[in-house]
Design a protein around this ligand. Structure first.
Ligand code: S3P
Length: 180
């Protein structure tokens, strides 16, 4: 069912942390989850952009990926210090083990999983992700997924998003969050 529901706070202070590849739906699912629970939604990409006053593609172009990862780690640290929020991470934030370790102290980590084909379908018309602005994005998606799979596998809970709408994914995350 893809209907929307009224917000309802469950009183549980543990954060809901969403990880997954670019285009797996973390931001949209995070906002819908936050609305459903009456919680705040925070997004580490948005924190990096607000803190640096630049969009991510400019940070990559001007200072390189490592500088972006340093800014991202600082955003993760700040997000981990919050309670009872929904945190959406950039797709590569899991590459630094200390990021997941810190988020796990205050939250339950959910992987929003998707196939390379589903990811490509979702990102093909978007241009704001520097890592996918390449001649053969499908190949890049597969290569990055291969490298990142072991990192994503460290999630507490895996939720498949392929072929599912946001409200279905939210229902499953909430169900598994309450059981966790
Ligand atoms: C990245 C994912 C992006 C953003 C940056 C790098 C990655 O976030 O953090 O472009 O390395 O996978 P989304 O996953 O929200 O697109």
């Amino acid at each position: 069912m893809c209907a929307t529901s009224e917000p309802s706070d469950d009183g549980d202070p543990k954060n809901i942390v969403l990880i997954g590849f670019m285009g797996s739906g973390k931001t949209r699912v995070g906002e819908a989850l936050a609305q459903r629970l009456g919680r705040e939604s925070i997004d580490t990409d948005a924190m990096v952009e607000a803190e640096s006053g630049r969009v991510i593609s400019d940070i990559f172009a001007e200072d390189g990926e490592e500088t972006f990862r340093d800014l991202e780690s600082a955003a993760v640290e700040a997000a981990s210090a919050r309670v009872a929020v929904v945190v959406s991470l950039g797709g590569g934030a899991v590459l630094r083990p200390e990021n997941l370790a810190s988020l796990r102290k205050t939250g339950v980590v959910f992987l929003l999983d998707a196939t390379a084909e589903a990811i490509y379908d979702r990102v093909r018309d978007e241009t704001h992700r520097p890592l996918l602005n390449v001649p053969d994005p499908v190949r890049t998606i597969r290569e990055l997924l291969d490298v990142r799979r072991p990192y994503y596998a460290q999630a507490d809970v895996v939720v498949d998003t392929t072929g599912r709408c946001v409200s279905e994914i939210v229902d499953e995350v909430l169900d598994r969050y309450h059981k966790h």
